[in-house]
Each structure stands twice: as C-alpha cells, then as structure tokens.
Ligand binder design. Structure first.
Ligand code: 13P
Ligand code: SF4
Length: 304
C-alpha cells in the first residue's frame, strides 16, 4: 500500500473506532500529518485528560502512552510499537526511588515525566522540561531529589539556586551524546545569523552556547515571538520538521542530524494502521499504580 492510501485507511479506521491520535513533536512528517494533537510532554498530558474518544493511539514513547492511560484510565490506550522505549526512562527503577527516599528523608522527590508509571507512583510530584523550574520552586522542601535526568537537574539547579537539587545519574543519549559543543560550533560557522535553541536535556556546555533553552513546545513559542529568521535546533533532529511546517518563512538547522531517538522512530504509519486495526499494543497498568501515579501527575498539572 502506498503512503497516501495508508494514511486514508488510518483516517477511516480512526473515525470508525472513535479513536484519536496523539503524537509527540519528534515524530516523522507523515505521522505529524495524521495526528489530531501534536505537542510536547506537558501539552499531551493535559490534552489526554479530557478526550471524549474511546481509543487513544499514542505516537510517542511508552512513558507518554502510560501517562495518557494514567490520566484517562477508562480509555483504551494503544502504543503502536513494542520498541517505543525512552532509554532515559529505562534508567530509573521503582527501587531507586525507594532507596533515595530512605537516603534523603527530608527531601521531596520530583520525577521527570520521562519515567514509568511505577516510578511516578513513588514520587511526590512529576514535572516536564517545560515546568520543571516552577514545580521545584513550588515545593516546601529545601532539598529536592530529581529523577532521572542529570542534565535537566543541573539546569533547574542553576535556575532555582535557593534549593539543593540531588540529581539521579540518568541521561538521554540523544541529547547527552549525539549533540556536542563541536556540532554547535560547526553549525554556527555555517549559519552565522542563526540563534541557537537547546532542549534542557542537553549537556551544560551545549546549554551555555544557546540563546534560548526550552521544551519542544517552548521552542514553538520562542520562534513565534522572536523576530529572528534562522535557528539552530539542539534537540531531536525531527523537531526541525515540525518547525519548518509551522514557520515556512523561517530556516531551521538541526544541531546534529545524528540526533535521532530510536524509540520515537520505531513508530511508523504501518504500525499505527496495524495498531488501530488489531487494537494493539494496549497499555495495561495496575489500578493502584494508576491511582498513585495520577496524584503526582495531577499535582504537576495543577501548578503548570
Ligand atoms: P518535551 O516535553 O520538551 O517535548 O521533551 C520530551 C522528550 O522526551 C525530550 O527528549
Ligand atoms: Fe527519551 Fe531521549 Fe528519546 Fe526523549 S529523545 S524520548 S528523552 S530517549
């Protein structure tokens, strides 16, 4: 089946089954084209909460589909690929949170949304890259254990110096390893007038070179508001696809073309079609985990 026919089939099935497709900003153009809602983690979490559909198909990674299930437990949530993992979320286990709580009894524990449900269930509150600073500021504790992203933890520490952030040693290989300072220097030499926007999952030396630091939706907002015509984008390479679609008169250069998230890219038009057709792979979570993880997510949404 060619791509256009496949897209047509997906749209038909979506209608027939009263389904909705949520997609993260890192998805490929074909998937961005058929998504009902495209966004960053915060946006997708908020929107997953009040959908009047029977099925949610999540074109993103597992923790995002789990978040949709936690916030809409009565809906059937489908993740089209069993390989759609976030390798940073894989680094933090429930036992780590339990151990850290014992080790730092006076601290509050903040879980980045890039964690699995059973990890969220053990923490005090969640955050995304967009609201991490405000979430940490809102807590009535001086010490904050921040799980799992060490780079985001470091960024928040700089922004909120009045707190003591205790970082977990997790990281995202796309931002930490595949986007280097050297890449930015090279891009800047080629595009002298371009401004640099970096995701806070990137290393400190990359953030230091950036004109702006933002979540993926935060990037959209900056470009909308700022007068500049060219940007170097230091995050997953397909973010430039999303930006080029939205701002056809501006130019976007990925900091590194190698910055590709394997989990995100395991979602394809083919497996979205199969997912809708066979209603696979359903996200199933224990009721107790849903309840406890929901508390942490709702607290976050309340203050965002
Ligand atoms: P955003 O919430 O900024 O979209 O980031 C999600 C993510 O996984 C970044 O790697
Ligand atoms: Fe996880 Fe990194 Fe992929 Fe984002 S880009 S989903 S943090 S592995």
């Amino acid at each position: 089946m060619n791509k256009e026919a496949l897209k047509q089939r997906i749209l038909e099935l979506k209608k027939k089954k009263n389904a909705v497709i949520l997609a993260h900003n890192y998805q490929r153009k074909d998937i961005q084209d058929i998504a009902d809602i495209l966004g960053d983690s915060l946006d997708l979490s908020r929107k997953a909460k009040n959908l009047d559909k029977d099925i949610i198909v999540f074109a993103g990674v597992r923790f995002m589909a789990e978040t949709a299930k936690i916030l809409s437990p009565s809906k059937k949530v489908l993740l089209p690929s069993p390989d759609a993992n976030c390798e940073m979320a894989d680094m933090a286990k429930r036992e780590d949170v339990i151990r850290l709580r014992k080790q730092y009894p006076d601290a509050k524990i903040v879980c980045y949304v890039n964690t699995y449900a059973e990890v969220k269930a053990e923490c005090d509150i969640c955050c995304t890259s967009r609201n991490a600073k405000n979430v940490v500021k809102s807590l009535d504790a001086k010490r904050i254990v921040f799980i799992p992203d060490r780079n985001l933890a470091h960024y928040v520490q700089k922004e909120v110096p009045e707190k003591e952030i205790i970082p977990f040693d997790g990281y995202c290989y796309v931002h930490d390893e595949l986007i280097t300072q050297k890449d930015l220097i090279l891009q800047k030499e080629m595009h002298k007038n371009a401004k640099i926007i970096a995701h806070p999952e990137a290393r400190e030396e990359v953030l230091q070179m950036a004109d702006f630091v933002a979540s993926t939706n935060g990037m959209l907002k900056i470009i909308e508001e700022e007068p500049y015509d060219e940007y170097i984008i230091a995050t997953e390479a397909d973010m430039t696809t999303r930006l080029a679609n939205m701002f056809p008169n501006k130019k976007f250069y990925p900091a590194s073309k190698k910055a590709i998230c394997r989990g995100m890219k395991s979602i394809t038009l083919e497996n979205i079609y199969e997912s809708l057709l066979k209603e696979q792979y359903e996200v199933v979570l224990e009721e107790d985990i849903i309840k406890r993880a929901q508390k942490a997510l709702l607290k976050m949404i309340e203050i965002s």
